[in-house]
Write a protein that binds this ligand. Sequence first.
Ligand SMILES: Nc1ncnc2c1ncn2[C@@H]1O[C@H](COP(=O)(O)OP(=O)(O)O)[C@@H](O)[C@H]1O
Ligand SMILES: [Mg+2]
Length: 498
Amino acid sequence: MEHTLEFKNITMEFSGIKALSNMSFEINGGEIVALLGENGAGKSTLLKILNGDYTQTSGDYFIDGNKCFFKSPREAIEAGISIIYQERQIIDEVTVAENIFIGHLPTSKTNIIDYKKLYKDTEKIIEQFEIPIKPTDKVKDISIAHQQMVEVMKAYNRNIKIIAFDEPTASLSDKEVTALFKIINILKEKGKIILYVSHRLKEIFEICDRVIVFKDGEYVAKRDSNKTNSEELVRLMVGRDLGDIFDSYKIPKEGIGKTVIEVENLTTKHVNNASFYIREREVVGFSGLVGSGRTEVANAIFGVDKKISGIIKINGQEVNIKSVEDALSKGICMCPEDRKGQGIVPICSLKENISMISLKMLCKFGIISKKLEEKLAIDSISMLNIKTSDIHKKIMFLSGGNQQKAILSRVLAAKPNILILDEPTKGIDVGAKLEIYKIIYELAKNGMAIFLISSELPEVMGISNRIYVMQNATIVGEIDRDEASEEKILSLAMTHEK
Ligand SMILES: Nc1ncnc2c1ncn2[C@@H]1O[C@H](COP(=O)(O)OP(=O)(O)O)[C@@H](O)[C@H]1O
Ligand SMILES: [Mg+2]
């Protein structure tokens, strides 16, 4: 019997905001169906509902015609559902074989794990998919791509009905993508229901039979992939009303000053021949898909990645930035994307998190002045409107938006001329987002040159003066804000891939 999956009027609200509204569609086994839509369109939310991570506000879904309701991922797994994320959540000490057979390890009559059989059975599966790993490899020691494939083999071995991939290829090499596609095609031949979320149109045309387009939580259209094209798909995805929330955050063109940083033909291990400039009082957006090289350009000017060739000029002078310290001393600061990993120190207080990189400036006669340190924290709280009862509170108890403001304060305490913001509003609520936009605007107005990396099109279009679009480690276009449209940016970012 052919498997079917049907969503009927699924609505999902997060504290009053609709992530999905009345989402309905049906798909069949034995075909690969792409879910396509801008960031925030609701793709991951739908998969999380199917996976029992979230409970929908209303609506139902049916597998093989039967109404289902999974209260936890465990129940979803038992019902034959497997979701493969871009990066695995847990990296463990167990072997590939144990991972693939978890929950049904072969045992001997005396109930001891039969390792010989386990490794042999695993070997068979690995051979079938032709992946260069061994059953005895520890999962934590193999590449992310291979970890992902272990997840797929695990699903395959469990005899799943539905497998969904949520942007699986963002960090894979071409060769790894080819290997993944081979596995997906084997699953297709077995009649599985396959959902594939990706922004890479080239991949979608290569592997998917059908494409379903989402926009702002709503179902837009379904197309056979051999009866549509990139232009049509991009057109279906866009067309959001920006509203006027950004109108007050725009620096007029006349206000923009002289060039602060100019980069010519910059090449690093991860960046190919990038040329761009940012001026005083200018916010310059870097748009592109995740993995297109935006953070890598920032890393090159922030002294994280080594320059192979090219020229970086600051205020007209050629500079050599060999380390983060060099970058800081030249007035460049960066707020990293990974707030939890590279940004905050959770167990330190708000005050300590703010003063962290400016301790030198807070010293009097070689000793950190407690008074100056506290003053910095108190000033930052009022300047950026950080909501906390107390500067000594551990930062982990603050909301995401307030943590982000604390990191901004820290960086601002170093008084940069060039500020790199990597996804500054990721994972924070709408109210805090608007406050961050206002802060960015004020900083630019006061003279700073701002390098803004953002995956949210309304944001990048709303607050940037100019936008560079990246694809494949290369800057593929520059768009002035008067000419910017979602369609233009997405066409550059998603189509004409080499
Ligand atoms: N746990 C959550 N809490 C609040 N809002 C959320 C949560 N998860 C997703 N959202 C919101 O739901 C919308 C859809 O997000 P998502 O499903 O992640 O989109 P996509 O995967 O298409 O990029 C976005 O506006 C996002 O901010
Ligand atoms: Mg998503």
